[in-house]
Ligand binder design. Sequence first.
Ligand SMILES: Cc1cc2nc3c(=O)[nH]c(=O)nc-3n(C[C@H](O)[C@H](O)[C@H](O)COP(=O)(O)O)c2cc1C
Length: 361
Amino acid sequence: MSSPVALEDYEARAQALLPPQVWDFIAGGSGSEAAVRGNRQALDAVAVYPRVLGGGLTDTRTTLLGTPMALPFAVAPMAYQRLLHPDGELAMAEAAGQAGVPMMLSALSSCSVAEVAGTGVALWFQLYWLAERRRLEQLIEHAEDAGCAALAVTLDVPVLGRRRRDVRNEFALPVDVVAANLADGAASRAHLARPGESALAAHTSSLFGSSLSWADLEWLRGRTSLPLALKGILDPRDARRAVDLGADAVVVSNHGGRQLDAAPASITALPGVVAEVGQQCQVLLDSGIRSGTDVLRALALGASGVLVGRPLLWALAVDGAAGAAHALSLLGTEVCESLILAGCPDLAAARELRTTQGSCR
Ligand SMILES: Cc1cc2nc3c(=O)[nH]c(=O)nc-3n(C[C@H](O)[C@H](O)[C@H](O)COP(=O)(O)O)c2cc1C
């Protein structure tokens, strides 16, 4: 097989390598997977009007959540990366460091935040709201002590979306993959396969507080001086509340179609959130980003930057740190090409581009 020339080229390669139930865990969405398909369809339906005679590309750098970065994308938080490659999050961090972009580390990472920080990558830490306040505080302390540059709280998981593939596979973690930041080890609920259920869903229910409130987030805002992002926002009214409580960024996300199956595509929700809060905080987007063209679409609709999810897992599975580094480098090249083709000297110019969104271009 020739070497990958697009992020999507990693998909079939990863599927061929991975055990089917691990493939299903990363590829799957919730319910009928309409939201997964919707992300792709909605991105494809965004047309961007290129400008001409832009004078050439001069700068792709930006600063998100206080972190300077070479390109307007970062690694999305994704749990249990050692399922895909023995080096897991350490390999992903090495790749992100090489690309000069930050990595958002999942609370459910299979390497500890201290280990991953040791790679020197610019690290943001993603929190799930643990039901036990004491454990949540420990998690925040570990992230702060490790030198994380920002915190993000994921808001769209009051319960894990019903991922039918994982339920059918009765998916459970192998003993050698653990939630390294939670110290509940290989005997956690996530390792206990039971008929007719996903052990990950059962683990989530036992661990997360389903009653996370705006007051809790105000407590967190007072508790940390790190830049704070709120991830999983689609409705502009929630974005407004996020800004009112002092969030530095919102991440417009439908969790890659893994939570509410009826949720709109993130790219469809983006303009409403940008109109509501784009002047007051940074607006990031994830879900379905597969190419530099997709990054341009998000920028043109007002995003400050994007998070990249599954494609980096595919590349990690195929070739560890080298694979993820290659995928990030490809994406960087594509972003530059898209900016040049759209006549944009920099990211600010991309945000001025005209767009149409809809089935008919
Ligand atoms: C295997 C997998 C694990 C994920 N784990 C987390 C997680 O621990 N925390 C979180 O906030 N989002 C998690 N997500 C969602 C991603 O952060 C991101 O929102 C999503 O993958 C973007 O969609 P895309 O993969 O289609 O680009 C996960 C996604 C996948 C595919």
